[in-house]
Design a protein around this ligand. Structure first.
Ligand SMILES: [Zn+2]
Length: 200
């Protein structure tokens, strides 16, 4: 049974301990989440460098956020506090890294089939730069051999799809996937995630 949206919002919100302002609008929109607490903090000038997340360093490339699944921590770029819709989308993206890690093979394989079918139909673009950046590097061998890069692409694409669907931006520059493919993703999320209780 689906919770009322207020109960759902407070149940989801209580899962996170925020140091800084929480993007409250998204908690009632996401499916019911369950798991132990995840700590969320904000840091200025985030960059990723050799697998590490740095703040106020001149090394690495600028990123919006980073997640630490085992430490149960999400770190968000402080500047996003000024752009609430970006913050929502990126926060959901990070939460769905936790969802993906516990999603199980059936749903992962189902999402993989969706992506393979998009690629067969030569779908360009994605719903976020995290996924698109990897998509642009994919080779036929990545798909055939199910390489690390393919697995990373699946995960980032899943998280970007969630950020797109559960966030409140209807249009943003990183939304480059064609509308007919967005329709298929929307349907997949509705059928597979929306009324499910998701472990994080
Ligand atoms: Zn990501």
């Amino acid at each position: 049974m689906r919770h009322s949206s207020t109960a759902l919002a407070s149940n989801n919100e209580s899962l996170f301990r925020f140091r800084g302002l929480a993007p409250s609008a998204v908690f009632g929109r996401m499916p019911e989440l369950r798991g132990s607490r995840i700590h969320v903090s904000f840091r200025p000038n985030l960059t990723a460098y050799r697998g590490e997340l740095l703040s106020k360093s001149h090394k690495g490339d600028a990123v919006y956020a980073g997640s630490f699944l085992r430490k149960r921590r999400i770190v968000l770029e402080e500047q996003m506090l000024r752009t609430p819709r970006v913050l929502e989308r990126i926060f959901v993206h990070e939460v769905f890294h936790f969802v993906w890690s516990k999603l199980g093979n059936t749903l992962r394989q189902s999402y993989e089939q969706l992506l393979l079918s998009e690629l067969r139909r030569r779908a360009k673009g994605e719903l976020g730069w995290s996924a698109e950046r990897i998509k642009l590097q994919l080779t036929p061998d990545d798909l055939r051999l199910k390489t690390r890069r393919w697995k990373d692409y699946m995960c980032e694409s899943f998280c970007d799809s969630a950020g797109w669907f559960f966030g409140s931006s209807r249009r943003y520059s990183e939304m480059t996937l064609d509308s007919r493919f967005r329709d298929v993703r929307r349907r997949w999320i509705r059928e597979n995630l929306l009324d499910r209780r998701l472990s994080v």
